[in-house]
Structures are given as C-alpha cells and as structure tokens.
Design a binder for this molecule. Structure first.
Ligand SMILES: [Zn+2]
Length: 403
C-alpha cells in the first residue's frame, strides 16, 4: 500500500482560502489539495485564460491523468463518499485557529481564480511530490532542512528511531523547500511524472506554470509558504506499482511549516512535536494500525489523533525528548493549532480541541512512567488509545442539539 499522511489538513476550497475547512489536496494524501473538478467552480475569463495557457501544452485528458496519479498515492481516499460519512458539525466546538488565520493571510493577496487553476493542475502539491519521488537526505541543497530547524528536527527524528519498538531506521528524513517551484528543471520533472508527458512537453508546461507563479500577487514565484506548509510520512512498502519502485520510507518536513511555527511562536519545539507525529505514522505503518472499522473522516481522525498521542508521548517521555513543562505546552498548542473543522472531508484530522486532548493524553501516559522509565510497547499504547478515543472525540459543542 502506498500512503502519505500529513500533519495538517490544508484545505483549499475553490475560490477561497480555507478557514474552517478544506479538503486534502490530493485524494491520496491528507494535507494536500482537494480533488477539484472544473464543474465545482466557475472560472472567470482571466482564470480560464490562465488555465488555457497552461493546458494548451498538455494532452486533452490531463485531468484524468492527474486523477490517476493521485489515485495511486492513496487508494483509500479516492472515494467520493464524503457526505455519507460526514461527522455532524453541530456536535463540536470548532473554529479557525491562529494557524488557519495564518493560511488565510498567506492566500489573501492571491486571486481565487488563480488559486483554483493552481489547485486543478496540482501545483500546490508539486513540492510535496518532488520530495516524495526525488528527495534524498544527501541532496541538502534541494532537500535540506532550514538552518535553525535542522538540529532540532534531526534530534527528534533520530530520537524517535531509538524510542519505538519497531524498526524505523529505514526512514529517510528530509525537507521540502520553498524554492522548488522556482527551479524549472524540477518543475519539468514532476510535471512529467504527474501527467505522463515527454520532457519537452513538460518543459513547456513548466514555463507557463512558472510564469503564472511569477505574475500572481502574493505567490512570490512559488516562495509563498503555502506550497510547503506541511509535513508528511510516506511509505510504499509492499506497493507493486513501478512508479514507486525503490522509494524508501520518508519523513518530509516543509519549509513553510517551519515559517508557520515561527509565526505562531511555537518554533523548533512545535516542529519537534510534528516530527513525533509523523514518526508515529511510521509506527502505524509498521504495526498495521491504520485499519479500523471506521470510514471516511472518522477513520482519518482516529489515526491522526493516535499520531498526536504517540508523538506527544515520545517528546514528553524521559527516554524520548523529555520535554519540560513549557515545551510540553508548546507541543500541545501545536496540535491544537493544526486542528481543522473539515467534518465532511476524508482528510479530517480532528478539531483543535480533539487534537489538544489527544496530545494531553500522550503527555499523561508519559508522565506515568516511573524509574527506570520503560517505554510502553507501541501496541499496548495503541490499545490504551483505542479505549480513550471515544472520550477524545466526545461531542463538546456548548449548545449542541440532541445527537
Ligand atoms: Zn498525520
């Protein structure tokens, strides 16, 4: 199975930056752009012209090709049963956090039509796909972590490898950088993969995409943090599709997310908590913890909250990063901030309150350890989480209607 799981659901609703919502950018991977269709949004004349200028260089079935590529990334999320599985929003207290407001600010100068065109073409995920397919820890020029974050992120990463009772030493840690979209060769390469076109065709498309990124207010030629505002865990273990052949397990941290951590005042401590979350996803891969009787948003919410609990357990535990009280508060705040209200999205990670509760639970589990501070087996921890889950997601709206 190929799976990409992210820390954040960054939602881009056609025509507006997401606040309380959004769908994952790819059907395949939470945290990426939403599966959009042309029919979902009426492009204005200028937007249509932008789209036409780019797609003139693509085969007429470019949307099908992109959809097929995304479907390969995560079969489970290609389902369109969103509404059928939706969680009742009236039961939950939920609203935009400082992180969601930060996203809105990033996208405020961008014309909605242009954002929609970029989402349609998958551009919001190019840096992610590039890191996934081509990133290596050795290529620090293109996939190196930002100065200031490199040490703390690497420390949290290697700590997780030693902390858990499964083998995570085959996971590669790298960054996706904000300058990827300014690199014509790399944009060409990923367009070739996404649309299955020749290098010459892909180069023409890349030129048009870059022209749009350069001419659109607020996008800074692709340097806007929105393009790398996530972190994810990737595994293609057991996958037979040749496009994933030879790709190792990865933990990718986005440069945009480090900028967000700075803006939110959470800094490297928040980033380390996110690393804990992503490495917890790798524990889930190894222990087959993704499967449950749940479907749709409830299924994703379960695995994401579990990663919040496991990640906080690691950073809180004496044999993990041993965070102090101030650091723990920041870690918990980080999970609160990235909560979302996308109750009808298969990429729903949990509300801010739920993510906070999941993190607090992880901290409490770690605090129970007494000398010599054993680390609980991951499957034991998972059992405790399953028991706690109904409490973590209990309805908490102040004036909720009867369920
Ligand atoms: Zn996650």
């Amino acid at each position: 199975m190929v799976a990409v799981v992210a820390a954040v659901t960054v939602a881009l609703v056609p025509g507006q930056a997401t606040a309380a919502t959004a769908a994952p950018a790819t059907p395949a991977a939470e945290g990426f752009a939403a599966p959009l269709s042309l029919s979902a949004h009426r492009l204005g004349t200028a937007g249509q012209a932008q789209l036409d200028a780019i797609t003139a260089h693509l085969p007429s079935d470019w949307q099908d090709r992109l959809a097929a590529f995304r479907a390969k990334l995560d079969v489970e999320q290609t389902s369109t049963e969103r509404v059928a599985d939706a969680i009742d929003p009236s039961q939950y207290e939920c609203g935009p956090t400082a992180f969601r407001n930060y996203i809105d600010d990033l996208l405020a100068p961008v014309p909605p039509d242009t954002l929609f065109v970029l989402a349609l073409l998958g551009v919001l995920d190019y840096a992610t796909y590039d890191a996934l397919f081509f990133g290596t820890p050795r290529n620090t020029a293109d996939y190196g972590l930002p100065a200031g974050y490199k040490g703390p992120i690497t420390k949290a990463f290697t700590n997780a490898q030693r902390f858990w009772d499964v083998n995570l030493f085959d996971v590669k840690s790298l960054a996706m950088q904000s300058d990827m979209l300014a690199d014509h060769a790399r944009v060409t390469r990923i367009i070739g993969v996404l649309f299955g076109v020749s290098e010459a065709e892909a180069a023409e498309v890349a030129t048009e995409v870059q022209a749009l990124l350069n001419s659109t207010p607020g996008l800074d030629g692709g340097a806007n943090p929105i393009f790398t505002l996530n972190a994810f865990a990737f595994s293609a273990e057991g996958e037979t599709d040749p496009i994933f052949e030879g790709i190792p397990d990865k933990m990718v941290f986005g440069e945009g997310l480090t900028e967000a951590m700075d803006v939110l005042g959470l800094g490297t401590t928040g980033a380390q908590a996110v690393v804990g979350h992503e490495m917890a996803h790798h524990v889930q891969y190894e222990q087959n913890l993704f499967d449950s009787p749940l479907t749709g948003p409830e299924a994703t919410r379960r695995t994401e909250l579990m990663a919040d609990t496991f990640g906080t357990y690691q950073v809180a535990h004496k044999r993990g990063l041993g965070f102090n009280a101030v650091q723990l508060h920041r870690a918990e705040q980080a999970f609160y901030e990235v909560g979302d209200c996308s109750f009808d999205s298969p990429g729903h990670h949990g509300t801010p309150n739920q993510r906070l509760r999941a993190a607090v639970f992880g901290r409490q589990l770690a605090a129970k350890a007494t000398a010599p501070f054993p680390v609980q087996p991951s499957l034991v921890l998972a059992e405790k989480f399953e028991k706690k889950l109904p409490n973590l997601v209990r309805p908490d709206a102040k004036n909720r209607p009867a369920a």
